[in-house]
Design a protein around this ligand. Structure first.
Ligand code: MRU
Length: 357
């Protein structure tokens, strides 16, 4: 596979702001892998739904999208209105779309801070400052993912098998991804890494997105059902687990896609290192531990009927459909950020990342 071909995956235009057109475009991730559909999203409801319905998803991508979305909404605020108050209302609305990924609130907070700093400027300049801030958040994530990919790559060697859960690739971020970043970077450099991708019930991010990205990038990827992780580990095919994160608490407890904690428990049983990879924008130092992370619960129809030609459960059957779970810090071998690799005790190593600023 040529580097150029891999770059079609690593640099996929999942979120694109066209400044000449003043238009925000996303790849609709709910239509992948069968259709590559680009959506222009503009109204408050469209922007909210894009997050809520997972048309744009993955913690860093949600943050980048929310920053541009708030700029789009800022442009729609009438000139005579109290711009700052209106902007805060719209930020609160977008922030209510999904609760777990801290990047959503983080990016919106950065945008509101920028608006506060620039509040005295004429409207045109204020809007320009907001656009620049959103673009900076986007560029910053590109740099962070590149650094995470380098650090992550130092944890594996040629020929290793890696198991991943959900999708933490380019689609979920800006470029390269977090958990998939080292794999894509290693592939670009001629390494052979064999990946096992959990399909990730119920929304199948592993089947629809991870195996799609890796297959297109020429990576040796094998799709497995979530309940097959144990056998591939027992077979000796997995040397490391790489997963992304939606919120890392100050003690290292980590929320990620439902099923991640089970993978970590299995990895501990088989003596396989379990790595969480994510930017510091996903670390929430105001959240002391996993018990304080809000966990999104979604409609049971995602389990009962979605993806099936016919419902696979009676409509009245009760469902419990949490979208995330928390992996206890003591199951995590290391947390890989753009600023370096944090090892236990995380209360110290994570705090040090922020002290260094
Ligand atoms: O519900 P999703 O698809 O947004 O959940 C995404 C995940 O859990 C990812 O692993 C996480 O956001 C990291 S993305 C780099």
């Amino acid at each position: 596979m040529e580097r150029n071909d891999i770059q079609k995956v690593t640099h996929a235009p999942n979120i694109r702001y066209d400044k000449a057109e003043e238009a925000l475009y996303i790849i609709d991730q709910t239509r992948l892998p069968n259709e590559e559909v680009f959506l222009r999203v503009e109204t408050a409801e469209e922007l909210y739904d894009a997050i809520r319905l997972l048309q744009v998803r993955g913690a860093p991508a949600i943050g980048i999208f929310a920053a541009y979305a708030l700029y789009v909404l800022a442009r729609q605020i009438p000139a005579e209105a109290d711009v700052l108050a209106e902007l805060k209302d719209r930020a609160a609305y977008l922030n209510s779309a999904r609760p777990t990924a801290v990047n959503l609130g983080w990016a919106l907070g950065e945008m509101v801070n920028e608006a506060e700093k620039s509040a005295a400027l004429p409207r045109k300049e204020l809007l320009e400052a907001l656009y620049e801030k959103a673009a900076a958040i986007h560029d910053d994530d590109i740099a962070k993912c590149a650094a995470i990919a380098e650090y992550g790559l130092s944890l594996v060697k040629d020929g290793d098998g890696i198991l991943t859960h959900c999708n933490a690739g380019p689609l979920a971020t800006s470029q390269y991804g977090t958990a998939l970043g080292p794999i894509l970077l290693g592939t670009e450099r001629g390494m052979t890494l064999r990946v096992f991708s959990d399909e990730t019930r119920p929304l199948l991010q592993g089947a629809r997105l991870t195996s799609y990205e890796l297959e297109r990038a020429g990576v040796d990827v094998t799709l497995i059902c979530d309940n097959m992780a144990s056998i591939v580990m027992k077979n000796g095919w997995v040397q490391a687990c790489f997963v992304g994160c939606d919120r890392v608490a100050a003690n290292g407890d980590t929320a990620n896609k439902i099923g991640t904690s089970g993978v970590a428990i299995l990895a501990k049983h088989y003596g396989i290192p379990f790595y969480v990879l994510g930017p510091t924008s996903t670390v929430d130092m105001n959240c002391p531990d996993g018990a304080h992370i809000p966990i999104e619960e979604r409609n049971g129809d995602e389990i009962r009927t979605m993806w099936y030609e016919k419902p696979m459960a009676l409509p009245e059957v009760k469902c419990y459909n949490p979208a995330f779970d928390v992996t206890d810090h003591d199951l995590i071998t290391a947390i890989v950020t753009e600023k370096g690799i944090c090892r236990p005790p995380y209360t110290e190593s994570l705090a040090a990342l922020f002290r260094a600023e």
